[in-house]
Write a protein that binds this ligand. Structure first.
Ligand code: ATP
Ligand code: MG
Ligand code: MG
Ligand code: MG
Length: 476
């Protein structure tokens, strides 16, 4: 089943059950706690907290998400994209646990000719919060799940809150057993690659107070209006239904991966490290495309810096695969062809997207040309003495003279098995900032240290500018 069909079936299923279909919000979000929308519930937060009355009792959406926290996982696990799509169904004070569980079970397991995803019910496992006996009982009754496939977990994994006083409650996650070839038996607590989480149900039923962490706060009582928030990973469902090993191989990203392999002249599946790089390229190119389409530009901080890092990591992955020439315009076009049918904004903005990305790639290639030899020489110097740590001064030089952000130095050094003296680097950066501040103060006061001049004045008295007065008198 294609990704587009997975999205459509979800929305149809919930629309038929009284949910209003709400379009995806753009990735950059006005939410001050986030750079990007990272879950389907983000645009609905005011309705979930009760700050604003929800315009509908039930809603469903397919939301574009970017999770910066997952960037490091990309290509190394089978299931983390930096960009992904989250299908969700929401109840604002309307239905609760029983319906949410029944809906998720029905859509997941009903046969494909009937509009479902056709997952094998015998391979589904679920988790529940250890204090939530109600959910355990519902999974047994509604879905007929045996007790051994209902795993109880603690606050860390299965209790949700927004991190601040407000609604909170237990969660229940659905996992699919992909079989012994993908990992160890024993359920999701043992192996999350073999047992892949594909759907997360959040039951907001309590009100929490002030306090830190996942459980360091008091529960104040039951919410007057209980809510449902669920998130199903579209790419994860695609991974399951397309019978592929990981989400980078699904229909919306695989063509980018293949084009990257073709450009670099490597075969996917031949070498584990090269495969990771190909998956990184496929992932990052698509994420960059979606961010650029939503108006993000590469820059030095915040959202722009996330985008810049993604583009640069894609370029570097291609170089490490052996492809030295510009690659982004070509790869982005492949990603566009896959994403535009579902996201017209990608096609509309494509000229600007390609332009921005090409500019960023050119600038980065110039940076790399200048700095790579310096870095490699410094690393060689360190390792030739049996060292494992690049001095902070080298990282500072690379930053200051060659425009290497510290992340890049860290990454490139790590690739050669060397770490970086970060404290040394930070201290030099601080010194530089202080110098710049002192300079700025001096400029403000006329650019010279007047205390010195006052000393000279005290010692020698005022200067008699004869030449000057001679000149000015003559010209008069
Ligand atoms: P995991 O434990 O696998 O990291 P999660 O518990 O962090 O996932 P949730 O926050 O529960 O994920 O998000 C809801 C759903 O979104 C998940 O069940 C999964 O299907 C999907 N999802 C989450 N993170 C990603 C990601 N990085 N790439 C693709 N899909 C994701
Ligand atoms: Mg996660
Ligand atoms: Mg999880
Ligand atoms: Mg989860």
């Amino acid at each position: 089943m294609r990704t587009a069909e997975i999205r459509r079936r979800f929305l149809d299923f919930f629309a038929e059950r009284g949910h209003t279909v709400v379009p995806s919000a753009p990735l950059p979000t006005p939410d001050p706690t986030l750079l990007f929308v990272n879950a389907g519930m983000v645009p609905f937060k005011p309705y979930l907290t009760g700050e604003t009355a929800a315009p509908w009792p039930r809603a469903t959406s397919v939301q574009k998400c970017v999770r910066t926290l997952d960037i490091e996982e990309v290509g190394r696990t089978t299931r983390h994209g930096s960009f992904f799509q989250m299908n969700g169904n929401f109840s604002f004070g309307d239905y609760f646990k029983e319906e949410a569980i029944a809906f998720a079970w029905e859509l997941s397991t009903s046969p494909t000719p009937d509009g479902g995803y056709g997952l094998d019910p015998d391979r589904i496992w679920v988790t529940v919060h250890h204090g939530d006996d109600e959910s355990r009982a519902l999974w047994r009754r509604v879905a007929g799940l045996p007790d051994e496939r209902i795993v109880a977990r603690g606050d860390e994994d299965n209790f949700w809150s927004m991190g601040v006083p407000g609604p909170c409650g237990p969660c229940s996650e659905l996992y699919y057993d992909r079989g012994p070839a993908l990992g160890r038996a024993g359920g999701p607590a043992v192996d999350e690659d073999r047992y892949m989480e594909f759907w997360n149900l959040v039951f907001m039923q309590y009100e929490r107070g002030e306090g830190p962490g996942k459980s360091g706060y008091p529960i104040l009582g039951e919410l007057p209006h209980r809510n449902i928030d669920t998130g199903m990973g579209v790419e994860r469902m695609a991974t399951l239904l397309q019978g592929v090993d990981n989400l980078y191989e699904t229909d919306e990203t695989r063509p980018v991966l293949d084009r990257a392999a073709e450009l670099a002249g490597v075969r996917y599946g031949a070498d584990a490290e090269a495969d990771v790089r190909l998956r990184v390229v496929a992932d990052h190119v698509r994420t960059a495309l979606m961010l650029l389409a939503d108006g993000v530009s590469p820059g030095n901080e915040g959202r722009g810096y996330v985008l810049r890092r993604l583009l640069r990591r894609a370029v570097r992955a291609m170089r490490r695969l052996g492809h030295q020439d510009p690659a982004l315009p070509e790869l982005l076009a492949v990603a566009r062809d896959r994403m535009a049918p579902g996201y017209p904004e990608v096609a509309d903005a494509y000229d600007r997207i390609a332009d921005r990305a090409a500019g960023e790639e050119d600038a980065f290639r110039a940076t790399l040309r200048q700095g790579t030899t310096v870095l490699d020489t410094a690393v060689a110097e360190v390792t030739s003495h049996g060292g494992r740590r690049l001095p902070g001064a080298q990282a500072f030089l690379l930053h200051d003279t060659y425009g290497f952000p510290i992340d890049l130095t860290l990454e490139m050094a790590a690739e050669q098995g060397v770490e970086v003296d970060r404290e040394g680097f930070t201290a030099l950066m601080r010194e530089q900032r202080e110098r710049a501040r002192a300079d700025a103060r001096a400029r403000k006061s006329g650019g010279t240290d007047t205390a010195v001049l006052r000393g000279v004045l005290g010692e020698h008295g005022p200067t008699d500018w004869r030449a000057w007065s001679a000149l000015t008198t003559r010209s008069r």
